[in-house]
Design a protein around this ligand. Sequence first.
Ligand code: 6GU
Length: 257
Amino acid sequence: MSLLVFDVITIFPRFFEGPLSFGIVNQAQKKGTIGIQIHDLREFTTDRHKTVDDRPFGGGEGMVLKPEPIFEAVERIYSRQLRREGRVILLTPQGRRLSQQIAKDLSTFRQITLICGRYEGVDERVAEFLVDEEISIGDYVLSGGELAACVLIDSVTRLIPGVLNNERSRVNESFGGTSEDVGSPTPSLVLDFPQYTRPESFAGHRVPEPLLSGNHEKIRLWRRRKALEKTLKNRPDLLQYASLSEPDRRLLNDSLE
Ligand code: 6GU
């Protein structure tokens, strides 16, 4: 029995043949940890032309996805299982932005329905009366929710117990843990430290000395400092300087000097 089943409603069912057939998500499906069922929205239409969209009331550019096929598809999905054990999500740029915390919360559900928005929009009655929440994957516009659905499935799947062989690797990752893991009381997100592998010297660029030292405390401090520096440089919005631990603040101060 799958721990989590994703039901995806889309007008491009074949879109998902590639993205979900590799790596962790593919393995999780093969092991049966997750199930992914793709539903073609057109199969839930009732007219001869299988119409899924129509012109917007009030005028304007583009087409809007009609409500009836979407409501019908969701109804069909929950004729086989209990709606209250699942979560219905509309993928739209107007949604709440996906975060590691939201992915964690979603990984506790037994079933998730993902409705992929398309065209210029989705009839608002879907957001208002059908779904539990609207989710976006970031502040940019995609042509549709299909890519976003793949992103959500990937980020949620890796958090299901047993999917990753290495349970620690999730905690060490950027966004995976809080500063709790390194001894500070307030959650403060810090990006991953930089990684190196062989060769020791590539095109004249050497692997940083501390990593070759074999001194575990030295390596730990170097990695923490580099992670803090990288975060300050690329994602200063994540660093709550005030809530960093005293050792972290000292490390960061050292590199600012
Ligand atoms: Cl979920 N959909 C679309 N169309 N664009 C997006 C998005 C979703 N998230 C970010 N941009």
